[in-house]
Design a protein. Structure first.
Lengths: 267, 346
């Protein structure tokens, strides 16, 4: 067996009683989250419900004000995204965090560039050639098609950029990938490709957390969904045991399962 | 912007042609356009002054006079790559130069005098970098504007505001020495040491920027600092190194200028930061960061030198020179805007 896989009887990543304060503002209050190995978890909630803050806590960008994080059952503390990444927790940001002036390969390896030693280890040079080759293989593995890995990222479409950002997140032994609205900025015809890519991650045994407003996304890729409301846990369920109407109700802070609720409110 | 769209449409009837144009010609112009400009300028200058322009003496003169600007410009390029700016390089040049000249007059041995100007530049650049990152200045403009005044003030303070002349030969070597190559038709061919030095420095910068992790990270920071940060790149430390190198190059420029003029004068380098910025922008870098190549900057410096040389040879008054250089800067950036427009997808 692959020893990178976690124990199936305990969550891979767990948050217990996490609160986060920004000055007088309470962004998260006593939030629990568990992510099981190989699972795709959808996190829903209205704007300001604390989804993004929770993701930033999980990826090490914000330390929690209270509460604890566990990885593979062990308590962990992140002082920077780098600490989280060392454990295999990667974040795909909403604004994608790619450098448009650089090519696809360089973006995939940004911060972890392949090098080769020259003059007996005296000088360490950036290894363009193996970077290009590795990036090409990596994208092929993920069935992401681009004209060339030497294309600049600014020349790509929104969906291609998202694909590069996702490819980048799993280029180095990722076990958890956290995605903030991965389809929000995409043309409709590209959404499906990105969702398939996310399903592909799951097939590789990578656990995924997705924030999304789109019920179509949630019901296409997720195994489980949890809702935050005003910074607290509101509800959670296996996807098989819930409906779109119910989940939309959770986002608005109601527990009754009425499919027409959203429309009733609007009217 | 209608201009560029029209050109685009008329020059590119079919989509296959569009691709050829975008894929082949635009990168070619991006890379070699500046060489075309230099060749054209040389041709025009040669036509105007056939007896003087293409002489060995005049060409080496161009290199000698542009060497200091070349040092400032390559340091400035590094800073502009990160979407920053360093307004202090002219003053830092003067500070380095005066530290050198004053300590030499005070009897400090030449091996120490030799390194004082680069060392002073490095220190000033380091202070700039720390100020920009750790004091969280809203823009590098502020910190380096402060340094512009501080360094100029210090240069005046340590020298009492008066020039010092007379330097030992080893200190003058970089700025003034020539290598005798031989004779052709009775002309003695002397190659300024500073020319070889400039080529060497630019080669090192090319290696660093294109082939080291540090260099690629400088480009990444210019492209998207947030992406660089979340990728685990220590952006602050990289910026401090970048501004330190820029300061170091200003100090080296101070050493070169002291050598060439055999003196130190506290108002040296006034306004040279703007000339360096001009050379970098003409050389194809962008104020938004992340764009430009070392070879382009070399071209930008040469163009600035050729403009001055050409205008001098043709007895154009310095007032007109200023006006023309200003116009050329605007034109160079406009051409750059057009070029990018054509290169972008529609």
């Amino acid at each position: 067996m692959d020893d990178r896989r976690g124990d199936d009887r305990q969550p891979l990543l767990e948050a217990k009683g996490v609160s986060k304060y920004f000055g007088a503002v309470t962004a998260l209050r006593d939030v629990d989250l568990s992510l099981w190995p190989g699972e795709v978890l959808g996190v829903v909630g209205d704007n300001g419900a604390g989804k993004s803050t929770l993701m930033k806590v999980l990826s090490g960008l914000h330390p929690p004000s209270e509460g604890k994080l566990y990885f593979d059952g062990q308590p962990v503390q992140f002082s920077s995204p780098r600490d989280a990444r060392d454990l295999g927790i990667e974040m795909v940001y909403q604004d994608l965090a790619l450098a448009g002036n650089m090519n696809i390969a360089e973006n995939i390896y940004l911060g972890r560039e392949p090098t080769r030693k020259m003059l007996g280890g005296l000088i360490s040079l950036f290894d363009h050639r193996s970077g290009l080759r590795l990036a090409k293989d990596h994208l092929n593995n993920l069935k992401i098609h681009v004209k060339s890995v030497e294309q600049k990222v600014e020349e790509l479409s929104g969906g291609q950029r998202q694909a590069v950002a996702i490819a980048r997140s799993i280029a180095f032994q990722a076990r958890v990938v956290i995605m903030d609205e991965p389809t929000a900025a995409l043309a409709i015809k590209e959404v499906g490709k990105v969702l398939d890519l996310i399903t592909g991650l799951k097939d590789r045994g990578i656990s995924v957390v997705i924030i999304s407003h789109r019920m179509d996304d949630i019901f296409y890729v997720c195994d489980r969904v949890m809702a935050l409301y005003h910074g607290s846990n509101f509800a959670a369920s296996d996807l098989a045991d819930t409906t779109r109407g119910e989940v939309i109700g959770w986002i608005m802070g109601t527990r009754e399962n009425t499919k027409t609720l959203a429309h009733d409110r609007v009217n | 912007m209608t201009v560029s769209t029209d050109q685009n449409d008329s020059a590119l009837p079919g989509s296959a042609d569009t691709d050829t144009f975008r894929v082949k010609i635009i990168p070619f112009l991006d890379r070699y356009g500046i060489l075309v400009v230099i060749v054209l300028m040389c041709a025009v200058l040669w036509a105007l002054q056939p007896d003087v322009f293409l002489t060995w003496r005049n060409i080496t003169n161009v290199f000698k006079q542009t060497a200091a600007n070349g040092m400032l410009s390559i340091g400035m390029f590094l800073v502009i790559l990160t979407a920053g700016i360093d307004l202090s390089v002219g003053s830092v040049l003067a500070l380095g130069m005066m530290t050198l000249a004053v300590s030499n007059a005070a009897g400090v041995p030449w091996p120490i005098v030799l390194v004082l100007s680069p060392l002073m530049g490095l220190t000033a650049g380091f202070v700039n970098g720390v100020g920009i990152t750790k004091l969280r200045m809203p823009h590098p403009f502020i910190m380096t504007l402060g340094m512009l005044f501080m360094a100029r003030g210090l240069a005046n303070l340590i020298s009492g505001g008066v020039p010092y002349s007379g330097l030992p030969d080893p200190v003058r070597f970089l700025g003034a020495a020539r290598i005798y190559l031989g004779e052709i038709d009775g002309t003695r061919l002397n190659l300024p040491v500073v020319f070889l030095f400039t080529v060497g420095v630019y080669f090192i910068f090319w290696i660093v920027l294109e082939h080291t992790v540090f260099g690629r990270r400088v480009y990444a920071i210019g492209g998207n600092p947030e992406a660089a940060r979340v990728s685990g790149i220590n952006v602050d430390r990289t910026l401090i190194v970048v501004y330190s190198i820029c300061g170091l190059m200003a100090g080296v420029a101070g050493l070169i200028m002291a050598g060439r003029t055999n003196s130190g004068f506290p108002n040296a380098g006034t306004g040279m930061e703007l000339e360096a910025i001009a050379a970098v922008i003409i050389g194809g870098a962008s104020f938004f960061g992340g764009r430009g190549q070392v070879l382009g900057i070399f071209g930008g410096v040469l163009i600035m030198g050729l403009i001055r040389n050409g205008l001098n040879l043709n007895d154009v008054s310095t007032f007109w020179q200023q006006i023309l250089i200003g116009m050329i800067i605007v034109l160079a950036v406009f051409i750059d805007v057009l070029r990018r427009d054509l290169g972008t997808r529609h």
